[in-house]
Design a protein around this ligand. Structure first.
Ligand SMILES: NC(=O)c1ccc[n+]([C@@H]2O[C@H](COP(=O)([O-])OP(=O)(O)OC[C@H]3O[C@@H](n4cnc5c(N)ncnc54)[C@H](OP(=O)(O)O)[C@@H]3O)[C@@H](O)[C@H]2O)c1
Length: 251
């Protein structure tokens, strides 16, 4: 029997590269998507030599129509069907909303909400026809708290994943929104700007975050919040006035 194939967006670094590593270790073949082709090729060679995975490299800019169309075509291709889609590519605008460039805001919203929508839309019909499939939409704890346009865009994944789990779960599709807190990746350096006062305990490791996400998706959970500390924080934030939550998140 051929290995299941996972397509991971934003696979050139951080959580995406870790998803690719853990999935290759769990006997998946892979399609790796990001803009930086040389990093994807390096990772593909490593995963092939370490785990024997067959790895396709699909360079694409997922804030362009052409990039999204090429990845959508791969997701819908019947020949070597995709069993697991990880919508992970992302970045955050550092400037506050009133100071940022509108074009940057629109690119962020596209990458964090419209692109995952389009890729889910491309992969679902085939998964439903096969009666099986898995989707992980990488969101953030920012989806649950007042956290600017980034949090607003990330809320799309949570809302949609909760709906899709109910709608498509009975038809064999497992859909999960992954909502991590702060993770050691390239995200914060790329974003620039001020991160606020971050206590050491707030940092999570990519390995742990991805391990929880894969386990929660396999268990058919709609929302995955890795680590007890963030589960407690997000649970508590429901009972605390928004201005206190926002102040704590920005401190
Ligand atoms: N790190 C955190 O603290 C944290 C917390 C909560 C949620 N998240 C979310 O986790 C996800 C992964 O981020 P990360 O922390 O792993 O950051 P990262 O190390 O900066 O990785 C981001 C990935 O997205 C890709 N990407 C960015 N823009 C793209 C575009 N236009 N088209 C295609 N790919 C693009 C990057 O690859 P290329 O540059 O090669 O295109 C890279 O592979 C993001 O959705 C982020 O919002 C991160």
């Amino acid at each position: 029997m051929s290995a299941p194939i996972a397509l991971v967006t934003g696979a050139s670094s951080g959580l995406g590269a870790e998803f690719a590593r853990q999935l290759a270790q769990a006997d998946h073949d892979l399609v790796l998507v990001a803009r930086d082709e040389s990093r994807l090729r390096e990772l593909a060679a490593r995963l092939h030599s370490e785990f024997g995975a067959a790895v396709e490299v699909l360079p694409a800019d997922l804030i362009t129509d052409d990039g999204v169309a090429r990845v959508s075509a791969r997701l819908a291709a019947p020949g070597a069907p995709i069993s697991l889609l990880v919508n992970n590519a992302g970045f955050g605008v550092a400037e506050s909303f009133e100071r940022s460039a509108a074009a940057q805001e629109i690119a962020q919203l596209r990458l964090l909400a419209q692109t995952p929508l389009e890729l889910c839309h491309a992969v679902l019909p085939g998964m439903l026809a096969r009666g099986t499939g898995r989707i992980i939409n990488v969101s953030s704890v920012a989806a649950f708290i007042p956290r600017g346009s980034y949090g607003a865009a990330k809320a799309w994944s949570v809302s949609f994943s909760r709906h899709a789990k109910l709608q498509y779960g009975p038809r064999g599709i497992k859909v999960t929104a992954l909502c991590p807190g702060l993770v050691h990746t390239e995200f914060h350096a790329r974003r620039g700007g001020r991160l606020g006062r971050v206590r050491p305990w707030m940092w999570l490791k990519a390995e742990q975050v991805v391990g929880s996400a894969l386990a929660d998706n396999a268990a058919n959970k709609a929302v995955s919040i890795p680590s007890l500390r963030y589960k407690v924080l997000i649970g508590a934030s429901r009972w605390i006035p928004d201005r206190w939550v926002a102040a704590a998140a920005n401190s």
